[in-house]
Design a binder for this molecule. Sequence first.
Ligand code: ADP
Length: 438
Amino acid sequence: MRPGLQALGYAASRVALAALAGVLAGAILGRPWLGMALALAGYLLWHLVMLYRVEWWLQHRSVADPPEARGVWGTVISLIARLHRRKRFHKLRFVQLMRQLQQSTAALPNGVVILNEQREIVWFNRMAARLLGLRPASDLGVRIENLLREPAFGHYLHKGDYANPVVVRRSSPQDSYLSVQLVAYGDGQQLLLAADVSRQMRLEAVRRDFVANASHELRSPLTVIAGYLETLGQDPALDEDFAAPIAEMRRQAARMNSIVRDLLELSRLEETDERAGGEPLDVPALMALLRRDVLARPVHPGEVRVRNDSQAALIGKESEIHSAFANLVDNAAKYTPPEGALEMRWWSDRDGGHFSVTDTGIGIPAEHLPRLTERFYRVDPGRSRATGGSGLGLAIVKHVLQRHGAELEIQSTPGKGSTFTCHFPPERIAAEALSDTP
Ligand code: ADP
C-alpha cells in the first residue's frame, strides 16, 4: 500500500478509536455523546497544533529541524523534507556547474562577451577585458559598438554577415590586431569572440614584404636580360641555330616579367585592407578600350561585343578597376578560339552594378571553380603557360573586388564557355552617367 493511503487509513482508525474512547468514557458518566464530542475536539486540537508546528518549521526550515510526528503528519513531514533535500541537491549542482562554467570561460585564451538583443554587454571574461579594454564597473550594459569603435568593426556590424571573423586593427597597444566574430544564439542574444592575431598579422606582413621586395629586386635584372634578348633577336647577323632558342628565351622573359608585374600589383593591393576610395568611372569607355586591346592581340576571338545597359557610373579606383576588368577580358580572349565570341556587359539594378565577361571558350570544369582565385592556381598549367598567363590574374581580380565591397561570380560549362561577373553593391553606383553630369 502507498505510504499516503496507509497514513490515511491509520488517521481514520485513530479518529474512530478516539470517538469510541470518548463514547465509552462518556457512557461511564452517563453522557456518551458529550464524551465523543470532547474526544473529537481533542483530536482536532492536536491536528491544529501539528498544523501550526509544520507551518512554523516551513518558515524556519533553514535553521529548525522538522517536528517529530507520527501518522499522517509524519508522512507529510517526511515527504516535504525529501522534496527540500532534492531541491537543495539540484541547487547545489547548478551552482557548481555555473562556477565551473565561469572558471572555464575565464580561463579561455579567447575573449568572450555575452551581448543581449540590443548588443549591450551582459557579461565578459577576463581575456575579453584585457583584449577589448572592458571594465566591469562601467562597461556592463553599454552597447559594444560604443566601446569597440574601429571602423572595420562598424562595417562588420552594418553588413550583418557574421559567418567569418573580421580583423580589427587597434591603436592601443600599438599595431595590435584582433580577430572578432559574432555568434548568434538563444533569443536574439549574441556571443562576441575576440582573439589576438597580432603575431599572425606581423608574419603576414613579413611575407608580403618579402614577396614585394623579391619581385622588386628581380625587376631590374629581368629588364636588362629582356632588353639584350630583344636586341639579339633582331640582329640580322645572328646564327640561324640560335633564332629559335632566343625566341623561346624572349617568351620566357616576357612571362617572368608578367609574373613579377602581377606579384608587385598583388603586394600593392594587399598593403592596406582599407576600402578603395572612389571616383565615378565611365564603364562604357573602359569597355571600348578593353575591346580595342582584345582586337589588337595577334590571335583573338572573331567576335568581340560590348553591351551597355546602364546609365550609371561605377565609383571606384580607376587603376584597380581597369586592372581587374582587363584581367577578366584578357582571360576570356586567351581561352577562347578565334572562331569564338566574347561579350562584355555593364548593367545596374536595385542590387547594384554588374560587369560581366562572357566567352564561348574552353570553359572550366566545376571542381576547379572554388579554387580559381587562388594564387598560381591553373586548371591546365601547360595551357596557361603557353598563353603567357602568370596564374595571378584572378587573384588580383578578387583583391580589387574585395577592396570595392564587390563579389566575383563564376559560371562555366566545359567546352561551351564561361561568364565571370563582378557584382558591385549599390553604394558603388552613381545614379547618373558621367556624360550627364556637368
Ligand atoms: P592565368 O594567368 O593562368 O590565366 P588566372 O588567375 O587569370 O591565371 O586564371 C586562373 C586559371 O583559371 C587559368 O589558368 C585558367 O585555367 C582558368 N581560367 C580563367 N579564365 C578563364 C576563361 N575565361 N576560360 C577558361 N578558363 C579560364
